[in-house]
Design a binder for this molecule. Structure first.
Ligand code: SAH
Length: 229
């Protein structure tokens, strides 16, 4: 697994540094680097970091971007603006997948709130990464851009949201239900022999992604009750 670091170049608002630390911690990241921050440490950073003050406290301060990313095997420059000349352009989701397949330290590099990344900072990286956004106003707040990026990194190998782990119905269970439905439909005169109704309920149940055995049993119990058996 690569080690991901978040690098903020010349951030001017300490509150954004704190908010970025919080964004990182919610997504399991902890390596924060600050390149020549205008004001840090600062109380506003702590206020915005809330429970992520540990990320702030361990943030490393560098004099230059080169110093912050020198030992990385890949660096991704984050920018809202397309540029005429740039390294290879990726969207943030693709970049996150790419980063997670690296073996070594990887940096996501963010620009200053007002000016963004300089050309020199961008060309110190191998990729230029956009977070897709409205064409009319695509510039996210710095910490929010960090949040989206950290989220995309997290989602590359997030455990699927755990549902209830019930026993799933087997093919035999479901065929049993179909047969039961057919028997009920025929014996009540609802379905004429040779009708295509059976395909309709197969189609219906095929759209249920994970039918549980218990759910099949409930439906069959209902059919039994309706048929008076
Ligand atoms: N006004 C600056 C943007 C500053 S926003 C400009 O025009 O460049 C601060 C930083 O957040 C940016 O430098 C960039 O690293 C990141 N960011 C904001 N919106 C982004 C987006 N849509 N895609 C990628 N990065 C973005």
């Amino acid at each position: 697994m690569p080690r991901i670091r978040i690098v903020l170049c010349r951030p001017s608002h300490p509150g954004n540094i704190g908010a970025a630390a919080r964004a990182m911690k919610t997504m399991g990241l902890s390596d924060l680097r600050l390149v020549a921050p205008e004001r840090f440490p600062a109380p506003e950073a702590g206020w915005m970091a809330t429970n992520a003050v540990d990320v702030l406290a361990s943030a490393r301060i560098h004099n230059s971007l080169r110093e912050a990313i020198g030992d990385c095997v890949a660096a991704f420059a984050m920018s809202a603006r397309p540029r005429e000349w740039s390294p290879q352009v990726l969207d943030v989701r693709t970049a996150a997948a790419r980063a997670m397949s690296c073996d070594g330290d990887v940096a996501f590099v963010f620009g200053n709130e007002t000016a963004g990344l300089t050309n020199e900072e961008m060309f110190a990286c191998q990729f230029l990464v956009h977070i897709p956004a409205s064409a009319e106003f695509s510039s996210l707040n710095l910490a929010q851009a960090v949040q989206v990026t950290a989220y995309e990194l997290f989602m590359t190998n997030a455990p699927a949201v755990q549902g209830r782990s019930e026993k799933l119905a087997t093919v035999d269970d479901i065929e049993g239900l179909y047969a039961h439905l057919e028997q009920a439909a025929l014996s009540t005169g609802f379905m004429a022999p040779g009708s295509r109704l059976r395909e309709r309920w197969r189609r219906l149940f095929s759209r249920v992604p994970a039918l549980e055995r218990e759910e099949v049993n409930i439906l069959r119990g209902l059919l039994r009750a309706l048929l008076g058996k």
